[in-house]
Design a protein. Structure first.
Lengths: 255, 255
DNA sequence: AGTAGCAAGCTGGTCAGACCAATTTCCTTG
DNA sequence: CAAGGAAATTGGTCTGACCAGCTTGCTACT
Protein backbone atom coordinates (compact mmCIF):
# COMPACT_ATOMS: atom_id res chain seq x y z
CA UNK A 1 0.00 0.00 0.00
CA UNK A 2 2.12 2.93 -1.18
CA UNK A 3 0.12 6.03 -0.43
CA UNK A 4 2.83 8.59 0.01
CA UNK A 5 0.88 11.22 -1.90
CA UNK A 6 -0.72 12.93 1.06
CA UNK A 7 -4.29 14.06 0.61
CA UNK A 8 -4.03 17.82 1.00
CA UNK A 9 -7.63 18.42 -0.05
CA UNK A 10 -8.78 16.08 2.67
CA UNK A 11 -6.54 17.84 5.16
CA UNK A 12 -8.03 21.20 4.21
CA UNK A 13 -11.52 19.80 4.59
CA UNK A 14 -10.65 18.32 7.95
CA UNK A 15 -9.25 21.64 9.05
CA UNK A 16 -12.45 23.40 8.03
CA UNK A 17 -14.49 20.86 9.94
CA UNK A 18 -12.25 20.80 13.02
CA UNK A 19 -12.22 24.57 13.34
CA UNK A 20 -15.95 24.71 12.80
CA UNK A 21 -15.72 26.96 9.77
CA UNK A 22 -19.06 27.48 8.06
CA UNK A 23 -20.14 29.00 4.77
CA UNK A 24 -18.51 32.39 4.23
CA UNK A 25 -15.79 31.98 6.83
CA UNK A 26 -12.20 32.74 5.90
CA UNK A 27 -9.48 30.14 5.80
CA UNK A 28 -5.99 30.73 7.16
CA UNK A 29 -3.65 32.32 4.64
CA UNK A 30 -1.91 30.16 2.08
CA UNK A 31 1.49 30.84 3.58
CA UNK A 32 0.27 29.81 7.01
CA UNK A 33 -1.46 26.68 5.73
CA UNK A 34 1.63 25.65 3.80
CA UNK A 35 3.66 25.82 7.00
CA UNK A 36 0.99 24.00 8.99
CA UNK A 37 0.83 21.15 6.48
CA UNK A 38 4.60 21.10 6.04
CA UNK A 39 4.38 21.67 2.31
CA UNK A 40 5.30 24.40 -0.14
CA UNK A 41 2.87 27.11 -1.12
CA UNK A 42 2.82 26.08 -4.77
CA UNK A 43 2.04 22.50 -3.82
CA UNK A 44 -0.74 23.72 -1.53
CA UNK A 45 -2.13 26.06 -4.14
CA UNK A 46 -2.62 23.23 -6.65
CA UNK A 47 -4.98 21.53 -4.23
CA UNK A 48 -6.69 24.74 -3.16
CA UNK A 49 -7.41 25.54 -6.80
CA UNK A 50 -9.04 22.14 -7.20
CA UNK A 51 -11.31 22.86 -4.24
CA UNK A 52 -12.10 26.22 -5.80
CA UNK A 53 -12.92 24.67 -9.16
CA UNK A 54 -15.12 22.14 -7.39
CA UNK A 55 -17.03 25.00 -5.81
CA UNK A 56 -16.06 24.26 -2.22
CA UNK A 57 -14.02 27.44 -1.83
CA UNK A 58 -14.04 30.92 -3.31
CA UNK A 59 -11.01 33.19 -3.49
CA UNK A 60 -10.73 36.94 -3.28
CA UNK A 61 -7.46 38.44 -4.39
CA UNK A 62 -6.03 40.25 -1.40
CA UNK A 63 -8.84 39.01 0.80
CA UNK A 64 -8.35 35.31 1.32
CA UNK A 65 -9.97 31.98 0.64
CA UNK A 66 -13.49 31.49 1.94
CA UNK A 67 -15.75 28.52 2.42
CA UNK A 68 -18.24 28.73 -0.42
CA UNK A 69 -21.81 29.52 0.44
CA UNK A 70 -23.97 26.92 -1.30
CA UNK A 71 -27.07 28.29 -2.97
CA UNK A 72 -30.20 26.17 -2.65
CA UNK A 73 -29.68 23.25 -4.97
CA UNK A 74 -26.14 24.30 -5.71
CA UNK A 75 -24.46 21.11 -4.48
CA UNK A 76 -26.51 19.06 -6.90
CA UNK A 77 -25.80 21.45 -9.76
CA UNK A 78 -22.09 21.25 -8.98
CA UNK A 79 -22.35 17.49 -8.90
CA UNK A 80 -23.84 17.27 -12.36
CA UNK A 81 -22.10 20.21 -13.97
CA UNK A 82 -19.05 18.37 -15.36
CA UNK A 83 -21.47 16.53 -17.62
CA UNK A 84 -21.39 19.48 -19.96
CA UNK A 85 -17.73 18.86 -20.70
CA UNK A 86 -17.89 15.43 -22.31
CA UNK A 87 -18.63 16.67 -25.76
CA UNK A 88 -16.62 14.06 -27.64
CA UNK A 89 -18.26 10.75 -26.81
CA UNK A 90 -19.63 9.13 -29.88
CA UNK A 91 -20.96 6.34 -27.71
CA UNK A 92 -24.72 6.03 -28.01
CA UNK A 93 -25.91 7.04 -24.60
CA UNK A 94 -29.03 8.52 -26.12
CA UNK A 95 -30.99 5.29 -25.90
CA UNK A 96 -30.28 4.99 -22.17
CA UNK A 97 -31.03 8.65 -21.62
CA UNK A 98 -34.37 8.51 -23.40
CA UNK A 99 -35.33 5.42 -21.43
CA UNK A 100 -34.72 7.33 -18.20
CA UNK A 101 -36.62 10.35 -19.46
CA UNK A 102 -39.50 8.09 -20.39
CA UNK A 103 -39.60 6.92 -16.79
CA UNK A 104 -39.23 10.39 -15.33
CA UNK A 105 -41.13 12.88 -17.37
CA UNK A 106 -44.59 11.43 -17.03
CA UNK A 107 -44.52 11.96 -13.28
CA UNK A 108 -42.68 15.21 -13.78
CA UNK A 109 -45.45 16.62 -15.94
CA UNK A 110 -48.09 15.37 -13.51
CA UNK A 111 -46.33 17.03 -10.59
CA UNK A 112 -45.93 20.20 -12.61
CA UNK A 113 -49.68 20.24 -13.26
CA UNK A 114 -50.30 20.08 -9.55
CA UNK A 115 -47.58 22.43 -8.33
CA UNK A 116 -46.90 25.02 -11.05
CA UNK A 117 -47.14 28.61 -9.85
CA UNK A 118 -48.46 31.39 -12.06
CA UNK A 119 -44.87 32.37 -12.83
CA UNK A 120 -44.08 28.78 -13.78
CA UNK A 121 -47.04 28.74 -16.13
CA UNK A 122 -46.08 32.03 -17.75
CA UNK A 123 -42.48 30.90 -18.21
CA UNK A 124 -43.54 27.55 -19.58
CA UNK A 125 -45.86 29.22 -22.09
CA UNK A 126 -43.04 31.42 -23.29
CA UNK A 127 -40.75 28.39 -23.63
CA UNK A 128 -43.33 26.60 -25.76
CA UNK A 129 -43.69 29.68 -27.94
CA UNK A 130 -39.90 29.91 -28.23
CA UNK A 131 -39.76 26.39 -29.62
CA UNK A 132 -42.38 27.24 -32.18
CA UNK A 133 -40.51 30.41 -33.13
CA UNK A 134 -37.11 28.73 -33.48
CA UNK A 135 -38.22 26.60 -36.38
CA UNK A 136 -35.36 27.73 -38.59
CA UNK A 137 -32.13 26.55 -36.97
CA UNK A 138 -31.88 22.89 -35.86
CA UNK A 139 -29.43 23.76 -33.08
CA UNK A 140 -31.78 26.45 -31.79
CA UNK A 141 -34.62 23.95 -31.96
CA UNK A 142 -32.73 21.42 -29.89
CA UNK A 143 -31.95 24.10 -27.36
CA UNK A 144 -35.52 25.31 -27.16
CA UNK A 145 -36.71 21.73 -26.89
CA UNK A 146 -34.43 21.02 -23.96
CA UNK A 147 -35.40 24.32 -22.36
CA UNK A 148 -39.08 23.45 -22.47
CA UNK A 149 -38.58 20.10 -20.81
CA UNK A 150 -36.35 21.69 -18.21
CA UNK A 151 -39.08 24.26 -17.62
CA UNK A 152 -41.54 21.47 -16.89
CA UNK A 153 -39.09 20.02 -14.38
CA UNK A 154 -38.75 23.41 -12.72
CA UNK A 155 -42.52 23.71 -12.52
CA UNK A 156 -42.54 20.38 -10.69
CA UNK A 157 -40.62 22.09 -7.87
CA UNK A 158 -38.11 19.32 -7.34
CA UNK A 159 -34.63 20.78 -7.01
CA UNK A 160 -32.77 17.55 -7.53
CA UNK A 161 -34.89 16.59 -10.50
CA UNK A 162 -34.05 19.82 -12.30
CA UNK A 163 -30.36 19.10 -11.97
CA UNK A 164 -30.72 15.49 -13.04
CA UNK A 165 -32.75 16.49 -16.08
CA UNK A 166 -30.23 19.17 -16.91
CA UNK A 167 -27.47 16.60 -16.80
CA UNK A 168 -29.47 14.21 -18.95
CA UNK A 169 -30.18 16.91 -21.53
CA UNK A 170 -26.49 17.76 -21.70
CA UNK A 171 -25.57 14.14 -22.12
CA UNK A 172 -28.24 13.76 -24.77
CA UNK A 173 -26.98 16.75 -26.70
CA UNK A 174 -23.40 15.50 -26.47
CA UNK A 175 -24.11 11.97 -27.62
CA UNK A 176 -26.48 12.39 -30.54
CA UNK A 177 -26.19 15.84 -31.96
CA UNK A 178 -26.03 14.43 -35.49
CA UNK A 179 -29.03 12.16 -35.23
CA UNK A 180 -31.02 14.66 -33.23
CA UNK A 181 -30.56 17.39 -35.76
CA UNK A 182 -31.65 15.05 -38.50
CA UNK A 183 -34.77 14.35 -36.46
CA UNK A 184 -35.95 17.92 -36.91
CA UNK A 185 -35.65 17.55 -40.65
CA UNK A 186 -38.30 14.85 -40.88
CA UNK A 187 -41.35 16.23 -42.70
CA UNK A 188 -43.93 17.72 -40.35
CA UNK A 189 -41.81 16.85 -37.33
CA UNK A 190 -41.51 20.36 -35.94
CA UNK A 191 -45.26 20.95 -36.03
CA UNK A 192 -45.89 17.56 -34.45
CA UNK A 193 -43.40 18.21 -31.65
CA UNK A 194 -44.86 21.65 -31.12
CA UNK A 195 -48.36 20.19 -30.87
CA UNK A 196 -47.20 17.60 -28.33
CA UNK A 197 -45.46 20.26 -26.29
CA UNK A 198 -48.65 22.31 -26.27
CA UNK A 199 -50.65 19.29 -25.17
CA UNK A 200 -48.35 18.96 -22.17
CA UNK A 201 -48.47 22.70 -21.59
CA UNK A 202 -52.25 22.91 -21.73
CA UNK A 203 -52.64 20.05 -19.25
CA UNK A 204 -50.23 21.75 -16.85
CA UNK A 205 -51.97 25.11 -17.26
CA UNK A 206 -55.27 23.43 -16.54
CA UNK A 207 -53.91 21.53 -13.56
CA UNK A 208 -54.88 18.18 -15.08
CA UNK A 209 -52.20 15.89 -13.72
CA UNK A 210 -53.17 12.66 -15.43
CA UNK A 211 -53.65 14.35 -18.78
CA UNK A 212 -50.21 15.92 -18.42
CA UNK A 213 -48.67 12.56 -17.53
CA UNK A 214 -50.24 10.90 -20.54
CA UNK A 215 -49.21 13.70 -22.88
CA UNK A 216 -45.63 13.68 -21.64
CA UNK A 217 -45.35 9.91 -21.81
CA UNK A 218 -46.76 9.87 -25.31
CA UNK A 219 -44.39 12.65 -26.37
CA UNK A 220 -41.33 10.89 -25.00
CA UNK A 221 -42.30 7.58 -26.55
CA UNK A 222 -42.87 9.33 -29.86
CA UNK A 223 -39.49 11.07 -29.83
CA UNK A 224 -37.69 7.90 -28.80
CA UNK A 225 -39.36 5.98 -31.60
CA UNK A 226 -38.45 8.58 -34.22
CA UNK A 227 -34.89 8.78 -32.95
CA UNK A 228 -34.64 5.03 -33.38
CA UNK A 229 -35.95 5.43 -36.93
CA UNK A 230 -33.37 8.09 -37.70
CA UNK A 231 -30.64 5.91 -36.26
CA UNK A 232 -31.70 2.95 -38.37
CA UNK A 233 -31.73 5.10 -41.47
CA UNK A 234 -28.25 6.30 -40.62
CA UNK A 235 -27.01 2.77 -40.00
CA UNK A 236 -28.40 1.70 -43.37
CA UNK A 237 -26.64 4.57 -45.06
CA UNK A 238 -23.41 3.75 -43.24
CA UNK A 239 -23.65 0.13 -44.34
CA UNK A 240 -24.16 1.24 -47.91
CA UNK A 241 -21.21 3.60 -47.70
CA UNK A 242 -19.01 0.90 -46.19
CA UNK A 243 -20.03 -1.52 -48.92
CA UNK A 244 -19.08 1.09 -51.45
CA UNK A 245 -15.73 1.59 -49.75
CA UNK A 246 -15.06 -2.14 -49.87
CA UNK A 247 -15.50 -1.94 -53.60
CA UNK A 248 -12.75 0.66 -53.90
CA UNK A 249 -10.26 -0.06 -51.06
CA UNK A 250 -9.48 -2.84 -48.59
CA UNK A 251 -8.45 -0.86 -45.52
CA UNK A 252 -9.79 -2.05 -42.14
CA UNK A 253 -11.24 0.19 -39.45
CA UNK A 254 -8.86 2.13 -37.23
CA UNK A 255 -10.01 0.56 -33.98
CA UNK B 1 -17.02 42.38 -18.81
CA UNK B 2 -13.52 42.03 -17.36
CA UNK B 3 -12.35 38.55 -18.26
CA UNK B 4 -8.62 38.92 -18.02
CA UNK B 5 -8.26 35.54 -16.29
CA UNK B 6 -7.47 33.50 -19.38
CA UNK B 7 -9.02 30.07 -19.53
CA UNK B 8 -6.03 27.77 -19.55
CA UNK B 9 -8.10 24.63 -19.17
CA UNK B 10 -10.05 25.56 -22.26
CA UNK B 11 -6.83 26.25 -24.11
CA UNK B 12 -5.52 22.82 -23.16
CA UNK B 13 -8.74 21.23 -24.35
CA UNK B 14 -8.61 23.16 -27.60
CA UNK B 15 -5.04 22.06 -28.11
CA UNK B 16 -6.03 18.43 -27.57
CA UNK B 17 -8.85 18.81 -30.06
CA UNK B 18 -6.86 20.77 -32.64
CA UNK B 19 -3.99 18.27 -32.62
CA UNK B 20 -6.42 15.39 -32.82
CA UNK B 21 -5.21 13.78 -29.61
CA UNK B 22 -7.33 10.84 -28.56
CA UNK B 23 -7.55 8.75 -25.42
CA UNK B 24 -4.11 7.59 -24.29
CA UNK B 25 -2.14 10.12 -26.34
CA UNK B 26 0.56 12.14 -24.66
CA UNK B 27 0.41 15.89 -24.25
CA UNK B 28 3.38 18.17 -24.84
CA UNK B 29 5.60 18.58 -21.80
CA UNK B 30 4.63 21.09 -19.13
CA UNK B 31 7.64 23.27 -19.89
CA UNK B 32 6.75 23.37 -23.57
CA UNK B 33 3.07 24.08 -22.91
CA UNK B 34 3.96 26.88 -20.51
CA UNK B 35 6.03 28.53 -23.22
CA UNK B 36 3.33 27.97 -25.84
CA UNK B 37 0.67 29.56 -23.66
CA UNK B 38 2.99 32.29 -22.50
CA UNK B 39 2.54 31.43 -18.86
CA UNK B 40 4.65 30.10 -16.04
CA UNK B 41 4.88 26.40 -15.34
CA UNK B 42 3.39 26.70 -11.87
CA UNK B 43 0.43 28.64 -13.25
CA UNK B 44 -0.04 25.98 -15.92
CA UNK B 45 0.26 23.15 -13.44
CA UNK B 46 -2.61 24.48 -11.33
CA UNK B 47 -4.93 24.11 -14.30
CA UNK B 48 -3.48 20.78 -15.39
CA UNK B 49 -4.06 19.40 -11.91
CA UNK B 50 -7.69 20.45 -12.15
CA UNK B 51 -8.07 18.56 -15.41
CA UNK B 52 -6.41 15.57 -13.75
CA UNK B 53 -8.74 15.73 -10.76
CA UNK B 54 -11.68 15.95 -13.15
CA UNK B 55 -10.49 12.78 -14.80
CA UNK B 56 -9.73 14.29 -18.19
CA UNK B 57 -5.98 13.69 -17.90
CA UNK B 58 -3.74 11.21 -16.17
CA UNK B 59 -0.14 11.91 -15.21
CA UNK B 60 2.86 9.62 -15.01
CA UNK B 61 5.86 10.94 -13.15
CA UNK B 62 8.68 11.01 -15.63
CA UNK B 63 6.38 9.96 -18.43
CA UNK B 64 4.10 12.85 -19.20
CA UNK B 65 0.44 13.85 -19.14
CA UNK B 66 -1.95 11.70 -21.12
CA UNK B 67 -5.51 12.08 -22.31
CA UNK B 68 -7.51 9.85 -19.99
CA UNK B 69 -9.04 6.74 -21.49
CA UNK B 70 -12.71 6.74 -20.54
CA UNK B 71 -14.06 3.36 -19.50
CA UNK B 72 -17.55 2.52 -20.76
CA UNK B 73 -19.89 4.71 -18.78
CA UNK B 74 -16.98 6.54 -17.21
CA UNK B 75 -17.96 10.04 -18.40
CA UNK B 76 -21.28 9.75 -16.64
CA UNK B 77 -19.65 8.39 -13.50
CA UNK B 78 -17.22 11.31 -13.52
CA UNK B 79 -20.10 13.68 -14.00
CA UNK B 80 -21.93 12.44 -10.95
CA UNK B 81 -18.94 11.56 -8.79
CA UNK B 82 -18.53 14.88 -6.97
CA UNK B 83 -21.91 14.18 -5.40
CA UNK B 84 -20.14 12.02 -2.85
CA UNK B 85 -18.33 15.04 -1.46
CA UNK B 86 -21.23 17.12 -0.22
CA UNK B 87 -21.50 15.41 3.11
CA UNK B 88 -22.47 18.46 5.12
CA UNK B 89 -25.77 19.62 3.64
CA UNK B 90 -28.49 19.48 6.22
CA UNK B 91 -30.95 20.59 3.58
CA UNK B 92 -33.68 18.04 3.08
CA UNK B 93 -33.05 16.77 -0.40
CA UNK B 94 -34.33 13.37 0.58
CA UNK B 95 -37.92 14.19 -0.31
CA UNK B 96 -36.92 15.21 -3.81
CA UNK B 97 -34.67 12.22 -4.21
CA UNK B 98 -37.31 9.76 -3.14
CA UNK B 99 -39.79 11.33 -5.51
CA UNK B 100 -37.38 10.74 -8.37
CA UNK B 101 -36.69 7.20 -7.26
CA UNK B 102 -40.43 6.59 -7.11
CA UNK B 103 -40.61 7.62 -10.76
CA UNK B 104 -37.58 5.63 -11.81
CA UNK B 105 -37.41 2.37 -9.97
CA UNK B 106 -40.69 0.89 -11.12
CA UNK B 107 -39.53 0.91 -14.71
CA UNK B 108 -36.05 -0.04 -13.58
CA UNK B 109 -37.29 -3.19 -11.90
CA UNK B 110 -39.46 -4.03 -14.89
CA UNK B 111 -36.53 -3.64 -17.26
CA UNK B 112 -34.35 -5.70 -14.92
CA UNK B 113 -36.92 -8.49 -15.02
CA UNK B 114 -36.73 -8.52 -18.80
CA UNK B 115 -33.00 -8.05 -19.24
CA UNK B 116 -31.21 -9.56 -16.24
CA UNK B 117 -28.54 -12.08 -17.14
CA UNK B 118 -27.80 -15.12 -15.00
CA UNK B 119 -24.87 -13.25 -13.47
CA UNK B 120 -27.14 -10.31 -12.69
CA UNK B 121 -29.59 -12.63 -10.98
CA UNK B 122 -26.90 -14.31 -8.92
CA UNK B 123 -25.44 -10.98 -7.86
CA UNK B 124 -28.83 -9.57 -7.01
CA UNK B 125 -29.64 -12.61 -4.87
CA UNK B 126 -26.40 -12.16 -2.96
CA UNK B 127 -27.16 -8.47 -2.43
CA UNK B 128 -30.58 -9.28 -1.03
CA UNK B 129 -29.01 -11.84 1.31
CA UNK B 130 -26.41 -9.28 2.35
CA UNK B 131 -29.14 -6.89 3.41
CA UNK B 132 -30.74 -9.58 5.49
CA UNK B 133 -27.41 -10.48 7.05
CA UNK B 134 -26.46 -6.88 7.90
CA UNK B 135 -29.29 -6.48 10.36
CA UNK B 136 -26.99 -5.38 13.17
CA UNK B 137 -25.41 -2.10 12.12
CA UNK B 138 -27.68 0.68 10.76
CA UNK B 139 -24.89 2.10 8.60
CA UNK B 140 -24.24 -1.33 7.11
CA UNK B 141 -27.97 -1.71 6.52
CA UNK B 142 -28.15 1.58 4.65
CA UNK B 143 -25.19 0.54 2.54
CA UNK B 144 -26.63 -2.87 1.77
CA UNK B 145 -29.97 -1.27 0.95
CA UNK B 146 -28.40 1.13 -1.54
CA UNK B 147 -26.33 -1.70 -2.99
CA UNK B 148 -29.41 -3.79 -3.67
CA UNK B 149 -31.18 -1.00 -5.50
CA UNK B 150 -28.05 -0.25 -7.47
CA UNK B 151 -27.88 -3.92 -8.34
CA UNK B 152 -31.37 -3.75 -9.77
CA UNK B 153 -30.32 -0.77 -11.87
CA UNK B 154 -27.31 -2.70 -13.13
CA UNK B 155 -29.54 -5.60 -14.06
CA UNK B 156 -31.61 -3.19 -16.12
CA UNK B 157 -28.53 -2.73 -18.36
CA UNK B 158 -28.79 1.03 -18.61
CA UNK B 159 -25.37 2.57 -18.12
CA UNK B 160 -26.59 6.09 -17.53
CA UNK B 161 -29.28 4.96 -15.13
CA UNK B 162 -26.73 3.20 -12.93
CA UNK B 163 -24.75 6.38 -12.57
CA UNK B 164 -27.81 8.51 -11.92
CA UNK B 165 -29.03 6.10 -9.27
CA UNK B 166 -25.58 6.01 -7.73
CA UNK B 167 -25.61 9.79 -7.50
CA UNK B 168 -29.07 9.79 -6.01
CA UNK B 169 -28.10 7.22 -3.40
CA UNK B 170 -25.08 9.30 -2.43
CA UNK B 171 -27.18 12.40 -2.15
CA UNK B 172 -29.73 10.50 -0.12
CA UNK B 173 -27.12 9.21 2.28
CA UNK B 174 -25.61 12.67 2.65
CA UNK B 175 -28.87 14.47 3.33
CA UNK B 176 -30.69 12.22 5.76
CA UNK B 177 -28.26 9.98 7.52
CA UNK B 178 -29.89 10.74 10.86
CA UNK B 179 -33.46 10.13 9.81
CA UNK B 180 -32.55 7.17 7.67
CA UNK B 181 -30.78 5.37 10.47
CA UNK B 182 -33.74 5.98 12.73
CA UNK B 183 -35.90 4.36 10.05
CA UNK B 184 -34.18 1.02 10.56
CA UNK B 185 -34.99 1.18 14.25
CA UNK B 186 -38.75 1.09 13.72
CA UNK B 187 -40.13 -2.22 15.00
CA UNK B 188 -40.29 -4.91 12.35
CA UNK B 189 -38.91 -2.53 9.74
CA UNK B 190 -35.90 -4.58 8.73
CA UNK B 191 -37.96 -7.71 8.14
CA UNK B 192 -40.51 -5.72 6.18
CA UNK B 193 -37.87 -4.12 3.98
CA UNK B 194 -36.24 -7.49 3.47
CA UNK B 195 -39.55 -9.00 2.43
CA UNK B 196 -40.18 -6.18 -0.03
CA UNK B 197 -36.71 -6.57 -1.47
CA UNK B 198 -37.31 -10.26 -1.93
CA UNK B 199 -40.59 -9.56 -3.66
CA UNK B 200 -38.73 -7.41 -6.17
CA UNK B 201 -35.99 -10.01 -6.44
CA UNK B 202 -38.37 -12.90 -7.02
CA UNK B 203 -40.21 -11.02 -9.76
CA UNK B 204 -36.90 -10.23 -11.48
CA UNK B 205 -35.69 -13.82 -11.12
CA UNK B 206 -38.96 -14.99 -12.63
CA UNK B 207 -38.85 -12.47 -15.43
CA UNK B 208 -42.21 -11.01 -14.45
CA UNK B 209 -41.83 -7.39 -15.46
CA UNK B 210 -45.15 -6.02 -14.25
CA UNK B 211 -44.91 -7.82 -10.93
CA UNK B 212 -41.43 -6.38 -10.46
CA UNK B 213 -42.66 -2.89 -11.33
CA UNK B 214 -45.50 -3.13 -8.84
CA UNK B 215 -43.25 -4.49 -6.10
CA UNK B 216 -40.66 -1.79 -6.61
CA UNK B 217 -43.23 0.98 -6.70
CA UNK B 218 -44.89 -0.31 -3.57
CA UNK B 219 -41.52 -0.57 -1.85
CA UNK B 220 -40.49 2.96 -2.73
CA UNK B 221 -43.83 4.39 -1.68
CA UNK B 222 -43.59 2.50 1.58
CA UNK B 223 -40.10 3.75 2.38
CA UNK B 224 -41.00 7.32 1.45
CA UNK B 225 -44.04 7.18 3.68
CA UNK B 226 -42.07 5.84 6.63
CA UNK B 227 -39.32 8.40 6.12
CA UNK B 228 -41.94 11.09 6.28
CA UNK B 229 -43.21 9.59 9.51
CA UNK B 230 -39.74 9.56 11.00
CA UNK B 231 -39.24 13.15 9.95
CA UNK B 232 -42.48 14.25 11.55
CA UNK B 233 -41.55 12.48 14.76
CA UNK B 234 -38.20 14.26 14.71
CA UNK B 235 -39.81 17.63 14.06
CA UNK B 236 -42.17 17.06 16.96
CA UNK B 237 -39.25 16.21 19.23
CA UNK B 238 -37.36 19.28 18.04
CA UNK B 239 -40.35 21.48 18.76
CA UNK B 240 -40.59 20.04 22.25
CA UNK B 241 -36.89 20.56 22.82
CA UNK B 242 -37.09 24.13 21.57
CA UNK B 243 -40.05 24.83 23.82
CA UNK B 244 -38.04 23.49 26.71
CA UNK B 245 -35.14 25.71 25.78
CA UNK B 246 -37.37 28.76 25.70
CA UNK B 247 -38.30 27.99 29.27
CA UNK B 248 -34.68 28.15 30.40
CA UNK B 249 -32.99 30.72 28.16
CA UNK B 250 -33.97 33.50 25.74
CA UNK B 251 -31.26 33.20 23.13
CA UNK B 252 -32.32 33.36 19.47
CA UNK B 253 -31.17 31.02 16.73
CA UNK B 254 -27.72 31.55 15.26
CA UNK B 255 -28.94 32.16 11.73
C1' DA C 1 -14.51 63.94 19.59
C1' DG C 2 -15.47 62.17 15.29
C1' DT C 3 -14.50 61.15 10.77
C1' DA C 4 -12.40 61.28 6.24
C1' DG C 5 -8.23 59.94 4.08
C1' DC C 6 -4.06 57.73 3.44
C1' DA C 7 -0.24 54.47 4.11
C1' DA C 8 1.75 50.25 5.65
C1' DG C 9 1.00 45.38 5.91
C1' DC C 10 -1.40 41.09 4.62
C1' DT C 11 -3.24 38.00 1.06
C1' DG C 12 -3.98 35.80 -3.31
C1' DG C 13 -1.92 35.48 -8.26
C1' DT C 14 2.05 34.86 -10.92
C1' DC C 15 6.70 34.21 -12.17
C1' DA C 16 11.56 32.32 -12.42
C1' DG C 17 14.91 28.99 -11.36
C1' DA C 18 16.39 24.98 -9.10
C1' DC C 19 16.52 20.08 -7.48
C1' DC C 20 14.64 15.30 -7.07
C1' DA C 21 12.63 11.00 -8.78
C1' DA C 22 10.68 8.26 -12.28
C1' DT C 23 10.59 7.35 -17.06
C1' DT C 24 12.11 7.31 -21.65
C1' DT C 25 15.61 7.35 -25.14
C1' DC C 26 19.57 6.04 -27.18
C1' DC C 27 24.19 4.58 -27.30
C1' DT C 28 27.47 1.29 -25.79
C1' DT C 29 28.90 -3.34 -25.17
C1' DG C 30 28.77 -8.24 -25.04
C1' DC D 1 21.32 -8.31 -32.64
C1' DA D 2 20.04 -8.03 -28.03
C1' DA D 3 20.92 -6.71 -23.25
C1' DG D 4 22.65 -3.15 -20.16
C1' DG D 5 23.38 1.30 -18.68
C1' DA D 6 24.15 6.25 -19.04
C1' DA D 7 22.10 10.57 -20.46
C1' DA D 8 18.24 13.35 -21.59
C1' DT D 9 13.40 14.17 -20.66
C1' DT D 10 9.48 14.82 -17.72
C1' DG D 11 6.32 15.32 -13.76
C1' DG D 12 6.55 16.66 -8.59
C1' DT D 13 8.17 19.78 -5.28
C1' DC D 14 10.57 23.59 -3.17
C1' DT D 15 12.32 28.39 -2.55
C1' DG D 16 12.14 33.12 -3.03
C1' DA D 17 10.52 36.99 -5.21
C1' DC D 18 7.32 40.55 -7.19
C1' DC D 19 2.70 42.48 -8.35
C1' DA D 20 -2.16 43.74 -7.44
C1' DG D 21 -5.97 44.15 -4.55
C1' DC D 22 -7.88 44.25 0.19
C1' DT D 23 -7.61 45.22 5.39
C1' DT D 24 -6.18 47.46 9.03
C1' DG D 25 -5.07 51.15 11.66
C1' DC D 26 -3.03 55.46 12.21
C1' DT D 27 -2.98 60.36 11.05
C1' DA D 28 -4.71 64.71 10.19
C1' DC D 29 -8.40 67.63 9.39
C1' DT D 30 -13.12 69.28 10.58
Amino acid sequence: MSEDRLDLQGKIRDLIASRGLGAGDRLPAERALAVEFGVSRSRLREDIQQLVSQGHLVSRRGGGHFVAVPEPGEPVRAALLPLASLARSEAGYWHDVMEIRLSLEGDTAAHAALRASEEDKARLTKLADAFHAASADPAALAHADAAFHLGVAQAAHNVVLVQVMDGLQSLLEASISESLLRLYHLPGMIDELDAQHRAILDAILGGEAETARAAATRHLAFVTDRLRMVEETEARQRRAARAHLHMTAGKGPSA
